[in-house]
Design a protein around this ligand. Structure first.
Ligand SMILES: [Zn+2]
Length: 67
């Protein structure tokens, strides 16, 4: 929380983040992604990983997720 406090406002905007999907510089409108499309792609991956088909992996602990 206090880490950003020391950073100058200008430095924050200059710092270009890379799109985690394709590696291009992120756009302000779709940060941290470069485009809505990449955002969707990442969202899809996230959902795919989160919503694992029940029964396939008996090792998973659902209780850990809800609470
Ligand atoms: Zn991208």
């Amino acid at each position: 929380m206090s880490v950003e406090k020391d950073a100058k406002p200008a430095a924050r905007s200059v710092r270009a983040r890379r799109c985690p999907v394709c590696g291009k510089p992120a756009e302000a409108a779709t940060r941290p992604f470069c485009s809505p499309r990449c955002r969707q792609v990442d969202l899809g991956r996230w959902l795919t990983g989160a919503y694992v088909v029940p029964g396939e992996d008996g090792e998973a602990a659902p209780d850990d997720f809800g609470a």
